[in-house]
Design a protein around this ligand. Sequence first.
Ligand code: ZN
Length: 332
Amino acid sequence: MPIKKKRDRVWIIILTALMIFFILILIFLLGLKEKEIKFTFLLNESREPIEGEVFIKDISVGTLDNGSILIKKEKLKEVTEFLLIVTYQNEKLKFLFNLNPEDLQSDSSNFVLSQNQLIDKYWYINGPHWTHMPITYNIVNKKECGEYERNIILLAFNELHKDTEGTVSFREVNESGDIEINCSFVENCYFYEISVDAMGSFYKIITRERICAHTLGLAQITEYEGNKILKAKIELFGLTGFSEKSDNGRVYDAKKSGFEISDCGYPDTEIHEILHVFGYDHRNNPDSIMNPTAELIGALYKEDLCKSAISSIDLDIVEDLIQNYKEIIPRI
Ligand SMILES: [Zn+2]
């Protein structure tokens, strides 16, 4: 019966093909299975394990259950970092981790939460950014800065805090701040001249104040890690001789500080420098606090200098700061 035999062979081929097809589907489905990666999160000092929520950047899946994270396998390649949120001693701590390819292969990994390297509260900001609030600042040489300038610095930080509705905050520390502030003095820059002009039988006393052109402030981000700003330095320049030194043995004005000139009581220069250490650059707009003139002084001291004081922070910078540092955690 050759026809029947032929039919049987056809069936065998069809069944074998179906079996191979199903085996292939099974292999494919197994391949798609979510991969579980086990992590133990330990606190740096106490080494106690902690638990919390996990947010994986750009990826919708992410749960932390007894120290393990489930990530869909097809998404695995895209995972480079994840955010762990834990409540510890009534404070919500956020830690940003990098995910190494080696971690993905092993079943279990230990992560130690180190304050310095892992915290980035503002991990979602693409540009250069600070990693925590409040940002600490340390006035290195308080005595040299003097009371006047210390108040102006405080005013600058308060202004930024107030304008950003508290989003950006600062705290003064007595050593090793995120921002180190130093006061320097420009020597032989201030001249107070008195001359007497004879006009017939009258004499006219002419007083004149003269100041050389110089920088009022300098700012520098001194330590980066990727786009994370870790440390910065601000140098503020006052004038020696404007107040601290006597003029021909006569103290010109003991109450004035070498910093008092040109700022008109408004912390233009100080805010300008602080915004530099947030990554903001100079602007051409003369009304902008980031105009380079905010940190320079002209060749001559003018009586009406206060009229050109800027006295407000650019609205778009304020909005940018609020937008960036308001702590949005994208939940999907
Ligand atoms: Zn500048």
